[in-house]
Write a protein that binds this ligand. Structure first.
Ligand code: ADP
Ligand code: MG
Length: 249
């Protein structure tokens, strides 16, 4: 824990720039997220949404700027990224479950390996988390035996197993058949209702409208609009946001 971050926002991003070679993908992002807040990040393909998310847990290294998240000074010289990533869960578009492991082991493995939780305890916790995401009676199955929606719910349970303070979601429903999207969104809604702090990249505008405290429209590596969903989604101020929403809604 970094004392200076205890009372402040759970995420604080200041002056964040990210270049890939000559390509400046993030061009000065300032963003605070309060504890318990749900922020949805929207914007065109290539606008830098994934890069921004990945800079929060340092899967990408910022070129310039600072990030503190879940009490960790991510860009500081003494950053303990392993400890930080236990406090920051991430769910990807492609669920990336361990294909050779059972569903139960997928959720229990990090507790056992990383937290050194005894097997019985880790498995009991994994069963509890699987029940929470609506997966029961599949503990012994392999990921390939589950639907995409079930696999993504297992991926959420796996992320929750570390007891994160912050959850990052990068288009968690984009790879799913349409009829499976709702079950994943409903698990995310439940998490939000329990007070989890969430930063969610999504194209699901009805989810953003219903669940987000704040919607951020990113375009060209800058935050173009930020505000409550009723403002940003219903009455966008900029032509860029109006154009984007017109295309996706
Ligand atoms: P979004 O998630 O909004 O679609 P990304 O953050 O994935 O956008 O990508 C933004 C830009 O950064 C794109 O031009 C993409 O090609 C580039 N980019 C992303 N990751 C890398 C990388 N690892 N190496 C080089 N360029 C990258
Ligand atoms: Mg992306």
């Amino acid at each position: 824990m970094n004392d200076s971050t205890l009372d402040g926002p759970l995420v604080r991003i200041k002056g964040l720039h990210k270049h890939f070679g000559d390509n400046e993908v993030l061009r000065g992002i300032d963003l605070d997220i309060a504890e318990g807040e749900v922020v949805c990040l929207i914007g065109p393909s290539g606008s830098g949404k994934s890069t921004l998310l990945r800079c929060v847990n340092l899967l990408e290294t910022p070129t310039e700027g600072t990030v503190t998240a879940a009490g960790h000074d991510m860009t500081g010289p003494d950053a303990d990224l392993d400890a930080a990533r236990r406090d920051i869960g991430m769910v990807f578009q492609h669920f990336n479950l361990f294909s050779h492991l059972s569903i139960l082991d997928n959720v229990a493995i990090a507790q056992r390996r990383v937290l050194k939780t005894p097997r019985a305890e880790a498995e009991a916790e994994a069963r509890r988390l699987l029940a929470e995401v609506g997966i029961e009676g599949k503990e012994r199955a392999k990921p390939a035996q589950l639907s995409g929606g079930q696999q993504q719910r297992v991926a959420i349970a796996r992320a929750l197993a570390m007891g994160p303070k912050l959850m990052l979601f990068d288009e968690p429903t984009s790879a799913l058949d349409p009829e499976l999207v709702g079950e994943v969104l409903s698990v995310m809604k439940g998490l939000a209702a329990e007070g989890m702090t969430m930063l969610v990249v999504t194209h699901e505008m009805s989810f953003a409208r219903e669940v987000a405290d704040r919607v951020i429209f990113l375009d060209g590596g800058v935050i173009v609009e930020s505000g409550p969903p009723a403002e940003v989604l219903t009455a966008p101020k900029t032509e860029r946001a109006r154009g984007f929403l017109h295309r996706v809604l």
